[in-house]
Design a protein around this ligand. Structure first.
Ligand code: PRX
Length: 621
């Protein structure tokens, strides 16, 4: 049965919401339920999120740093913007958008490196009610095109090129490839960064430099209804193409602002560094909106953890006196490889709180991060949430909740998780393992999949009617602590980035010499999970090394470098049921080295193939 909000939950959320600036107070706190997947919050209210992020701080924090920018190259000067300056920058950018004909409800896509213009740009969209859609620069032009088509974006904002460690990503060139004959894109706005040569199409492509000069310094914030769309963010699911999760204005603001303050126990003058790219939800919620809603100073880093050396993170912490470091287990594991002697050289006295997000953090990485970075004096919060949830739902509160490595710990106030058993029934025992659901609505839940509400319902609300299903498995202990055990669907989490196995298989199957394929997650010491692809070629294939290379290149071309398979095993066939269904479960067990747990294979259509696959299995070197 769907559970409606309790009186305490209603009181809690309405009290939280009152600490924000509204143009008109809401009439109804929450409507709809998980059965109909029509949840809305603060119905009838009016506001603008940028007034909450910027204008309301001008009186007391005009001179306070809002944003510190640390460039890719440590020899380039870091820069910063005060709240006063950020407000003006956002207004100018908003006027630029208006001057280019962008209106409330239009979609503007960002495909750029991590420079202040990206944060300013999304805030500028929110200022005028345009819907922003940030696409991570690591996605291929083909992936970008799919997202532009799906969202019907009118404008795309990019860099000439992006710096990433010692590499340059030719972003404008990739945009050019992506938008060939794409009618909906009327403007390409180019922010200069690498100053490399690019081609500019007259009447469509403009330099930001040139247009921003004519933009006025003040732009009034448009009045938004609580449920007006704020942004679309694409993420992978277990089936089909990536889905554009749509987040709306008031609910997103309320939960993200409050959870930032509570989880990280933010205090005025703290310096918060979230290392995620704005192309992911973490960069939206805890680099941009969470900190700005609280008048905090947020650090934006253009580069990568290992450039120019694996000491870069610790140098940045000391340089900018970072108090809060929020990063992903994969980043920690990649730095752990270089030895604890490196962070040991840095005292990092400013650090007060550490955070982890994006994937389960293994004990070893947790202890390393806590000991060598946090010097055993900083609480380490393991924050569980998803693109769909908008903000953190299960996490320790820094310095308040007891810490236990591997445990996201307790739900935040107002949040009600549930574990479901194999029969689809909620497990009431405290100590239990099951599939993780949410029982009651919270404000920052995504409202739909852009353009496909039916898929939204199917994906999240049909497995357990009346509940929101996360796709994760979890265990609950006697003290109520949750341990997230990972995805239970066909989604793999590569370096904290979600990829649907079906998406990768579709890309592989595009190869002319591939009959079929099956992709499963591979335990990986740095990435958490890697990609293991089983491929069945046609009889034409003689050189399997060449085939493997072609497959890798194809996947990079279609999806992007994050989806490049780590291991490819050429096989004669895949284990199938008699009805022809590929038994991924068996392949998963083989890859996870759990051969003794494969179970009975005699009912398979082709049991002999399992032995052969085991014999020729590959391993990471
Ligand atoms: O499987 C969970 C894992 O990441 C998934 C969500 O991915 P995404 O939407 O890209 O958002 C990542 C940033 C919030 C979840 O379904 N995940 C996220 N945080 C944790 C986690 N798994 C374990 N522990 C976490 N702290």
């Amino acid at each position: 049965m769907p559970t409606l909000l309790s009186n305490e939950q209603s009181d809690y959320w309405s009290q939280v919401a009152q600490s924000f600036v509204w143009r008109k107070k809401w009439e109804k706190l929450q409507t709809g339920d998980f059965h109909k997947a029509n949840v809305e919050w603060f119905v009838g209210g009016e506001l603008n999120i940028t007034e909450n992020c910027l204008d309301r701080h001008l009186e007391d924090r005009r001179q306070k740093k809002a944003l510190i920018f640390e460039p890719n190259n440590p020899n380039e000067l870091a820069s910063f913007l005060t709240y006063g300056e950020l407000h003006i920058s956002v207004c100018c950018f908003a006027n630029l958008l208006l001057n280019r004909g962008i209106k409330k409800g239009d979609v503007v896509c960002f495909y750029m490196g991590m420079t202040p213009e990206l944060m300013i740009g999304i805030l500028a969209c929110a200022r005028i009610g345009a819907i922003f859609s940030v696409v991570f620069g690591g996605f291929s032009p083909l992936s970008l095109r799919g997202r532009l088509e799906d969202s019907n974006a009118k404008m795309i904002i990019t860099h000439d090129g992006g710096f990433r460690g010692d590499k340059i990503v030719p972003l404008k060139q990739m945009v050019d490839e992506a938008i060939v004959d794409l009618e909906s894109i009327k403007t390409v706005l180019v922010v200069k960064r690498t100053l490399q040569e690019i081609s500019m199409k007259q009447g469509r492509d403009y330099y930001y430099d040139a247009l921003i000069k004519d933009a006025e310094l003040y732009c009034p914030a448009v009045t938004m209804k609580s449920e007006d769309p704020l942004f679309i963010l694409y993420t992978s699911g277990s089936t089909g193409k990536p889905k554009g999760l749509l987040h709306t204005t008031a609910g997103y603001m309320v939960h993200v602002g409050k959870s930032f303050k509570d989880v990280f126990q933010y205090k005025e003058n703290d310096i918060f560094w979230c290392t995620a790219d704005i192309g992911w939800i973490t960069g939206h919620s805890y680099m941009t909106f969470g900190p700005l809603l609280n008048g905090a100073t947020t650090v934006m880093f253009e580069g990568i953890p290992t450039y120019p050396t694996p000491a870069r993170f610790w140098e940045v912490v000391e340089k900018h006196q970072v108090t809060h470091l929020y990063t992903a287990p994969t980043a920690i594991r990649s730095l752990e490889k270089f030895g604890h002697e490196i962070p040991e050289k840095f005292k990092m006295k400013s650090l007060k709180v550490l955070g982890s997000v994006g994937e389960p953090i293994n004990d070893e990485a947790w202890l390393w991060y806590h000991k060598y970075v946090g010097k055993e004096r900083c609480p380490l919060v393991d924050t569980w949430w998803q693109t769909e949830t908008g903000g953190i739902l299960i996490s320790a509160l820094a310095g308040i909740t007891e810490l236990k490595p591997g445990y996201a710990s307790l739900p935040l106030e107002g949040i009600e998780p549930a574990l479901m058993n194999e029969q689809g029934v909620e497990i009431k025992d405290l100590v239990a393992s099951g599939n993780l659901c949410l029982k009651t609505p919270w404000p920052s839940l995504a409202r739909t999949i852009y353009g496909d509400h039916e898929r939204f319902i199917q994906t999240y609300f049909t497995t357990y009617p009346g509940y929101y299903f996360t796709g994760d498995g979890a265990r609950r202990e006697a003290n109520g602590f949750y341990r997230i055990t990972g995805r239970v669907d066909d989604v793999i989490n590569v370096s904290g980035h979600r990829l649907g196995t079906a998406e990768v298989e579709e890309a592989i199957n595009e190869h002319v010499d591939i009959v079929e394929s099956a992709v499963v997650g591979l335990p990986h010491p740095v990435k958490g999970q890697g990609i293991y692809a089983f491929v069945v070629p046609t009889n034409n294939v003689v050189d399997s090394e060449k085939l493997e290379k072609e497959i890798r290149d194809l996947v990079v071309k279609i999806i992007g470098p994050i989806a490049r398979p780590d291991l490819i095993q050429v096989v004669d066939g895949l284990p199938k049921t008699r009805s022809g269904k590929i038994m991924r479960r068996i392949l998963r067990k083989i890859v996870e080295n759990e051969i003794e747990n494969i179970g009975d294979t005699s009912t398979l259509l082709n049991p002999e193939i399992v032995e052969i696959i085991i014999k020729t299995k590959k391993s990471l070197s």
